[in-house]
Design a protein around this ligand. Structure first.
Ligand code: BV8
Length: 258
């Protein structure tokens, strides 16, 4: 992508993308809410429904919102936790498990807090924005167990009684050091970068594709809609991840034994 001419779209982008993956030494994958949409989890772009329809996710997922009204924020997270607990990984998640078996090295970075990649069987997942099913103690700053006291209201830390919060990264908060460092290293080392189901609007996650492209990696986007990234990539595979990713794996051809 050295020249500034817009990338020429190949006749069959899926086959061309598969050819790039077949040659790849290291594939870095970044997923967003779109890959879990087919599992029934609304994306951040999808307007919140029901009693949450009057809020924007960016309003509730902040330390300020929690400071202001922890009950409200906890109600929203409990509502999302329920959705996540009742969701199942879909063909898109499973195809990434298969893809990891088809390439020498695959690094999977997710912005999703739903844990569906792990439940699909992905061995190593970098949780860039944390995990909604874990609690973190506001006092000790570590993942903590819940005190099982019957007192209604806000969840408390079993160790110190401190207030608990979901173990996710809120807007304005730093990305956890390990996933941030490992994701940046993978983006800079990979020769194919696969951006799946993300609007590429939230940073620093949205900067990973550019970092990979700047190092000469082939960037492939999977999304039914165009995003800010689409005009910048050679291969924009437009469709749902649950269809495109299995097709991409199939286009890699038969698995060579050994
Ligand atoms: C920070 C966890 C500083 C919580 C989340 C540079 C420029 C502009 C702004 C910033 C910038 N740098 C920082 C900012 C501010 C901010 C930001 O990016 N704001 C945006 C809104 C402009 N970033 C931050 O605040 C970050 N922190 O910068 O800290 C700092 C640094 C050091 C020390 C101290 C502080 C933290 C950001 C993380 C926030 N937490 N989640 C929770 O979940 O409750 S972000 C959350 O929203 C998700 O994790 C995800 O990252 C994001 C939603 O984006 P997507 O996943 O892409 O989902 P979206 O709904 O947008 O799009 C879905 C896509 O899927 C669509 O394109 C759709 O077409 C597609 N799709 C639909 N169906 C399918 C599909 N695709 C495939 N298949 C389908 N079936």
């Amino acid at each position: 992508m050295a020249t500034n001419d817009p990338p020429v779209a190949p006749a069959d982008p899926l086959q061309a993308a598969a050819a790039a993956i077949r040659k790849a030494r290291h594939v870095c994958v970044l997923t967003g809410a779109g890959i879990s949409a087919e599992s029934g989890i609304p994306t951040f772009r999808d307007a919140l429904t029901g009693l949450w329809s009057k809020f924007r996710p960016e309003e509730l997922a902040t330390p300020e919102a929690f400071e202001r009204d922890p009950e409200l924020v906890w109600k929203w997270y409990e509502w999302r936790r329920d959705l996540v607990r009742h969701a199942e990984p879909n063909a898109g998640h499973r195809a990434l498990v298969e893809l990891a078996r088809r390439v020498p090295r695959l690094t999977l970075v997710t912005q999703n807090v739903d844990g569906l990649h792990q439940r699909a069987g992905s061995p190593m997942v970098l949780e860039y924005h944390g995990n909604i099913l874990r609690d973190r103690c506001m006092v000790e700053g570590v993942v903590a167990e819940r005190a099982d006291d019957a007192r209604a209201g806000l969840p408390r830390c079993a160790a110190c009684g401190g207030l608990l919060r979901p173990d996710v990264v809120w807007f304005g908060e730093a990305i956890p050091r390990t996933p941030m460092m490992l994701a940046a290293a993978a983006a800079e080392d990979c020769d194919v970068f696969l951006s799946v189901g993300t609007s590429s609007l939230v940073y620093p996650a949205a900067g990973l594709a550019q970092a990979a492209a700047a190092r000469g990696a082939v960037v492939i986007e999977v999304n039914p809609d165009a995003t800010d990234l689409t005009p910048q990539v050679p291969f924009a595979l437009q469709g749902p991840a649950g269809r495109i990713l299995p097709d991409l794996c199939a286009a890699l051809g038969p698995r060579v034994a050994g």
